[in-house]
Each structure stands twice: as structure tokens, then as C-alpha cells.
Ligand binder design. Structure first.
Ligand SMILES: NC(=O)c1ccc[n+]([C@@H]2O[C@H](COP(=O)([O-])OP(=O)(O)OC[C@H]3O[C@@H](n4cnc5c(N)ncnc54)[C@H](O)[C@@H]3O)[C@@H](O)[C@H]2O)c1
Length: 291
């Protein structure tokens, strides 16, 4: 089955990145959100990204114009999915919200199509159970920033069938990504490790083990990670990180209890790059102030 049309639901940090690579790969892509402001920000950010890609010689002017001609936005989920061929759900990591969005998608999207969720942690079996087509539901887990990160984790639920996995792999490959196939377990492979390391770094910061800069520097230069766990948290979004940890704490136990300092940052609205402040300060036009 050839997929030409993709709908991405949620235009936040991830949805906009997914829509960008989808449109670039030649899929007619509709990006949906409940917030016009988020859709406008998403388009603005994609334009900046495309401009940078042109200046670095990664994309030509004509490739960028094809990319944007493939890209549409919508505030009307039902309308955006009624003739779609593939859906990627990228709304916040909250079970009740995912449930209601997946129920709507299931009700109005064509019955034969795959529904892929960009969830970082939640069981695809559970996500599938919110629909009447659990065999056509799986997690398609992208990484941030989507245009740069090469991996997609494909996570099967109990009922996910082989055809669904093969369709997701085909879409991923057309987007230029590598895939791994993972059996369902909370946090899959990557989120479980990333949440654990990120949470531990927050505990260290809270305990005064070192400054944020030195924790990140130690992990980068000493352990050869490309990014420090605290700067990565700011990129991911500290609210998203906290939601992931809460789910892993609930499902895998005490070792994932979120650091109180992380909870405090989220309460204060310090969510990372997207709000201008997290562990670090990005109020200088999105650039980090205290490098
Ligand atoms: N941030 C990351 O680095 C990262 C990485 C991999 C996976 N994920 C996962 O991707 C998903 C999205 O995360 P994010 O960081 O992009 O979140 P985000 O908060 O940046 O964006 C979510 C978007 O969904 C929109 N939304 C909320 N309710 C909606 C609805 N009913 N219909 C349509 N849109 C709606 C919001 O307005 C917002 O624009 C989560 O499941 C998260 O765990 C995040």
C-alpha cells in the first residue's frame, strides 16, 4: 500500500518536526492543532529551519518550495483526517488526552489506515485499546530534533500486526530514518534510559553535587554523550520529561520517582527552550545566555 497523505496531530516541539520531515519526504502533510498560535509558530520555525538548510546547502530553493507546497495546517481534526492515509499522533504525553484524541481519530479516519503514536513511554497496547483497530496501532517514536535525529523506534502493542509494522517502516524509510523494532515495555529502549539519566542529573543539581554547566560538561566530555542531560531536558521540554517520568514511576517503580527540583521547575513554568527558561536561560532570542 502506498502512502501519499499524512496527518500529524499536535504541532508542538515534535509534531512540527515530524510534519517538516514528512513534507520534505514528499508526503502531502497536514499538521493539526487546537491552537492557532502553535500552528503559526510551527510554520515560522519550519521556515527558519528551511532557510538554514538552504544556507548550509542541504536543501535547494526549489526543494524548500516543494516542501512548503506539501504542507497544510488545520484546526479541524475531523476534517483533516477524513481522507488521510496515515496518522501520527503527537499530542502531550497525558493518557486521558491521548485517549480522547485517539478515539476521535479512530472514529473519523478511514477504517483501513494505520494510527501511529509518537508517545515516548505509553504502552501501544493501551493506546490501541482506545480504538477499534488495535492491530493497526503502534508507537512510531521520533527523536528531537526530528530533522537531525536518525532513529525511529517502532513499538508494537499486543495486537499490532506485521502489516502495520511494515507500513510504519516504509514511511520511516521514506523520511530517511533508520528503524529499530521494540517489543512493548514502558519507556521502550530510549526513553527509559534517557528519563533515568535526565532525572539523576536533576537529583544531582538539587543535591548541589555540581553546577548545571559542570554536570552537563562532565557527562559530555567524560562519558562522550553528544549533549548533557540537563541541556537535553531543556530541549525535550521539562513538562514532557516530567510526564514521562510520572508514567515510568507508575509502571516501573521507585527508581523513576521524579526529582522534586524538576517538579518545581515545571510548576514555575520553566519548561526549557519552548518557554525561554528551564535549567538554562534562552531569553536572548532563543540563544542560551549562560553558556
Ligand atoms: N519533546 C520531545 O523531545 C519528545 C521526543 C519524543 C517523543 N515525544 C512525545 O511526543 C508527544 C508530543 O510531545 P511534544 O514535546 O511535541 O509536546 P508539546 O507540548 O510541545 O506539543 C503538543 C501539542 O499538542 C497540541 N494539542 C493539545 N491537545 C490537542 C488536541 N486535542 N488536538 C490537537 N493538538 C493538541 C498542543 O497545543 C501542542 O501544540 C508526547 O507524547 C511526547 O512524549 C516528545
Amino acid at each position: 500500500m502506498t502512502i501519499n497523505k499524512i496527518t500529524v496531530v499536535g504541532a508542538g516541539v515534535m509534531g512540527r518536526g515530524i510534519a517538516y520531515v514528512s513534507a520534505q519526504a514528499g508526503f502531502e502533510t497536514t499538521l493539526v492543532d487546537v491552537s492557532l498560535e502553535q500552528l503559526n509558530n510551527a510554520i515560522e520555525e519550519m521556515r527558519k529551519l528551511a532557510k538554514k538548510a538552504i544556507s548550509k546547502g542541504k536543501l535547494s530553493e526549489s526543494e524548500v518550495s516543494v516542501l512548503f507546497s506539501n504542507l497544510h495546517t488545520s484546526l479541524d481534526l475531523v476534517d483533516a483526517i477524513k481522507e488521510t492515509e496515515y496518522v501520527i499522533e503527537a499530542v502531550p504525553e497525558k493518557r486521558d488526552l491521548k485517549k480522547s484524541v485517539l478515539e476521535t481519530i479512530d472514529q473519523y479516519a478511514p477504517k483501513h489506515i494505520v494510527i501511529a503514536s509518537n508517545t515516548s513511554t505509553i504502552s501501544p497496547t493501551e493506546l490501541g485499546s482506545y480504538t477499534k483497530r488495535p492491530e493497526q496501532v503502534a508507537a512510531m517514536h521520533f527523536f528531537n530534533p526530528v530533522h537531525r535525529m536518525r532513529l525511529i523506534e517502532i513499538v508494537k502493542g499486543l495486537e499490532t500486526n506485521a502489516e502495520t509494522v511494515s507500513i510504519i517502516r516504509e514511511v520511516a524509510e521514506k523520511m530517511g530514518k533508520e528503524t529499530v523494532e521494540v517489543n512493548e515495555f514502558p519507556g521502550f529502549v530510549t526513553s527509559r534510559i534517557s528519563a533515568m539519566v535526565g532525572n539523576e542529573a536533576f537529583y544531582m543539581l538539587q543535591e548541589g553535587v555540581a553546577t548545571a554547566e559542570d554536570i552537563d560538561k562532565a557527562i559530555k566530555l567524560g562519558l562522550n554523550y553528544p549533549m548533557g542531560p540537563l541541556e537535553l531536558g531543556d530541549l525535550v521540554g521539562l513538562d514532557t520529561r516530567l510526564n514521562n517520568l510520572k508514567y515510568l514511576h507508575e509502571t516501573l517503580g521507585e527508581k523513576f520517582r521524579p526529582a522534586p527540583l524538576l517538579e518545581q521547575y515545571v510548576k514555575a513554568g520553566r519548561l526549557g527552550r519552548k518557554t525561554g527558561r528551564g535549567v538554562y536561560d534562552y531569553t536572548n532570542n532563543g540563544e542560551r545566555v549562560n553558556k
